[in-house]
Write a protein that binds this ligand. Sequence first.
Ligand code: DX5
Ligand code: ZN
Length: 217
Amino acid sequence: MTKIAPSILSANFATLKEDIQSVEAGSDYIHVDVMDGHFVPNITIGPMIVEAIRPVTDRPLDVHLMIENPEQYIDAFAEAGADIISVHQEACPHLHRVIQQIQAHGVKPGVVINPATPVSAVEPILQDVDLVLVMTVNPGFGGQSFITSTLGKIEELAQLKADYGFDFEIEVDGGVKAETAPDCVKAGADVLVAGSAIFKQSDRQAAIESIRSSIEI
Ligand code: DX5
Ligand code: ZN
């Protein structure tokens, strides 16, 4: 079954515990967007916040690092309680080493590709990761419009999984809502990240349900 990962980027940070708990029932992961003001033009969450939210939910914390030099912070995020740590291919000249660093903590590694990055850039690492995150917007902000041309990359990854028996999950992130989720799932997405489509709605459970019912075939 397709997984749903609400992104707390669109939550109210003054009531983060309650906001996380309001989406727990219908969700599979809690997606945590870490931005450094360098790799992307926005600054958000550090390891202290991950540590603070770890005890408030039993959902896996899916930590998406949009930062330069992620190798400098992986140990801190792992110790803070991340269950999955994903790094951008574009930020890692030594990608294989960074993936090994994540694995050494017993944390699941993921690799992320921006809309302009081809699948071929991560092909050599596909056997080593638990998750491939296809950005469906340019990272940095919530509430942007879904970039349709990324769908072909989801299909390509799904085909590589079928051809070679890889078992990574394909996650999509950016502009995902009831209108765009069906195309993602048809293309082969296993995990849907949604920020504004869930947290900006007054009834979050209804918002999750609306995404779920849009993908029920
Ligand atoms: C964007 C982040 C996303 C963001 C998605 O840079 O990586 O996780 O929260 O937000 P929506 O779902 O509003 O596009
Ligand atoms: Zn994200």
